[in-house]
Design a protein around this ligand. Structure first.
Ligand code: NOJ
Length: 562
């Protein structure tokens, strides 16, 4: 069956603030992105996803939108965006926008109106509740960012009611029950599509619907982080009954008729319930990216987990749904630091191994900026250098609990989203070539060792390896169409799988650990002729017979001779 463009795509996520600064103000911008588009084209990227670039007070780096129809002045103008769109399209690169529709900024004109009075026409654009009899918050929900006293409800003096904010106090939740709000959103989405954008990434789209009556959560508080009886429980507002009606309406009003691609950020979605959202016949979203593998705070992906998740999603595919493959994004730490090894010795090899896992499993691969040059986690010395709301909220909650500042920092640093948000490392000039000014967040000190210029100068680089993988996606049918079969399923170091379609069979072998590993080649492979297509080790002999020993983080792709 003919594939949709997004099934054949290689998506590259741009965190504009940290990508490339063209005017020396320390903040990445659209002109900076334009100046680097050809690098992405050469990498084999044919779709870019912009994290939010709309006008915003930047409390959560743009996930707090104050004007859904404009570009934040720090990034440029709507005219710049149109130029970028044209330029990208001319290079064969599609552009998708991050749409944040669960909440807005409290500086959005809708909220400014909404809080003015109970009978303001915009009152119901947000979720307001009266206090309990004793004046306290409507329930015990905690907010993810753990600001203030930890509650997900903020009292507003003017009208004497609380508004809901699952995230920051400055990010009130929108009220999807209210039709006039939904209409505004549909109009705004049509406006972006008219402008020429090719699709949308939907921020926390499983959380639009809230449970009737806003019941307390019964979840046990996290003793380190939850405060004052307010408990963070994602389950309360995730996958709530009625969410599918909301999404289906969105689809029928906008995405379906306009054939606009959507990828939802699937908090609470795994291969078990994915079909409820992204089975094509449901008319909700095209793809969902899940947290079954990559997850903030997960530092190891066992082979067992990898096989289980990939098999689960391969099964989902048989029911007319299409997976996303990725291992990190702007909300996680750097994949090579978490799931590979970021030492000078093994960084490149393990980054390449992880890339193979993402680009040779079924679905659409998403690359997060900097991953293609093996950017690594950062460790700042002081909490003052951090910006991520989770990091700050968790840190201050711990300190308030009496945990020492050093211990608190050691706990939050490895999982901080700032690991992924340090400026892109273009070269070994000051500030890694990201800006001529002072970067909004400190550059990773390893930039002289890890940067694009170095990678471009070497045929063996991580960047060159990614380019090979994106080429395979274009040229090797098994990558797009092949089914997935694991071999050596009980091995806790070797990952081995086949991708097989009528025209081609590929075999991936990965020693997913930092040790030498010897193993017996399965007998069914020995009877055939295999050609090694890709390897991340230079001087090893391709061999698929008898006993094989792989070096730490060694990965290979073979093709079956026909
Ligand atoms: C998910 C986004 O990816 C994250 O960066 C943001 O903080 C939250 N949603 C809230 O919008």
């Amino acid at each position: 069956m003919k594939k949709k463009w997004w099934q054949e795509a290689v998506v590259y996520e741009i965190y504009c603030k940290s990508f490339c600064d063209s005017n020396g103000d320390g903040i990445g911008d659209l002109r900076g992105v334009m100046s680097k588009l050809s690098v992405l084209r050469d990498l084999g990227v044919n779709c870019i996803w912009f994290t939010p670039i709309y006008t915003s007070p930047q409390v959560d780096n743009g996930y707090d939108v104050a004007d859904y129809r404009n570009i934040d002045p720090a990034y440029g103008t709507i005219e710049d965006f149109k130029e970028l769109l044209e330029m990208a399209h001319a290079m064969g690169i599609r552009v998708i926008m991050d749409m944040v529709l669960n909440h807005s900024s409290d500086e959005h004109p809708w909220f400014i109106e909404s809080r003015k009075s109970k009978d303001n026409p915009y009152r119901n654009y947000y979720i307001w509740q009266p206090p309990k009899a004793d004046g306290s918050a409507p329930n015990n929900w905690g907010s993810y960012f753990r600001e203030g006293n930890g509650s997900a409800w903020e009292f507003d003096e003017t009208t004497g009611e609380y508004y809901l904010h699952q995230y920051s106090i400055k990010m009130p939740d929108l009220n999807w029950e209210y039709e006039p709000l939904r209409r505004e959103i549909y109009d705004m989405l049509h406006w972006w599509i008219d402008l020429g954008v090719d699709g949308f990434r939907l921020d926390v789209f499983t959380r639009f619907k809230k449970p009737a009556g806003f019941p307390d959560t019964q979840k046990t508080p996290d003793p380190k982080l939850d405060r004052n009886g307010f408990v963070v429980d994602g389950a309360m507002c995730t996958n709530v009954e009625g969410i599918h009606e909301i999404l289906h309406e969105l689809y029928t009003e906008v995405f379906g008729p306009r054939e606009s691609m959507t990828v939802g950020e699937g908090a609470g979605v795994s291969h078990h319930n994915a079909l409820d959202y992204c089975c094509a016949s449901r008319g909700e979203v095209d793809m969902v990216y899940h947290f079954d593998l990559a997850y903030r705070g997960r530092y190891v992906i066992s082979n067992e987990l990898f096989r289980k998740v990939q098999k689960g999603w391969a099964e989902v595919m048989h029911h007319n749904a299409w997976p996303v493959q990725y291992l990190s994004n702007h909300d996680s730490a750097r994949q090579v630091s978490c799931y590979g090894c970021d030492s000078a010795e093994y960084r490149a090899d393990s980054a390449k191994l992880l890339a193979v896992l993402v680009h040779t499993t079924p679905g659409t691969p998403f690359i997060y900026q900097g991953e293609e040059i093996g950017m690594v986690n950062v460790r700042y010395d002081s909490i003052e250098d951090y910006n991520c709301r989770y990091t700050l909220g968790d840190y201050h909650a711990m300190v308030a609990r009496g945990i020492g500042s050093e211990e608190a920092l050691n706990t939050v640093a490895p999982r901080s989203r700032d690991n992924a948000r340090t400026p892109y490392q273009w070269n070994s000039d000051a500030n890694a070539g990201f800006t001529t000014g002072t970067p909004w967040i400190k550059v990773n000190p390893r930039y002289s060792e890890i940067n694009l210029e170095r990678d471009l100068a070497s045929e063996d680089s991580i960047f060159a390896f990614y380019r090979e993988l994106t080429r395979m996606r274009r040229e090797d049918p098994a990558i797009l169409d092949g089914d997935l079969t694991f071999l050596m399923e009980d091995h806790d170091r070797i990952l081995m799988y086949m991708r097989r379609c009528a025209r081609q069979t590929l075999l991936v072998i990965a020693n997913y650990c930092g040790e030498n590993t010897a193993f017996e080649i399965p007998s069914e492979l020995r009877e055939n002729q295999w050609t090694r297509r890709i390897s991340n080790k230079k001087n090893t002999e391709p061999a698929l017979n008898g006993t094989r020993a792989l070096l730490p983080w060694e990965v290979e792709i073979y093709e079956l001779a026909r």
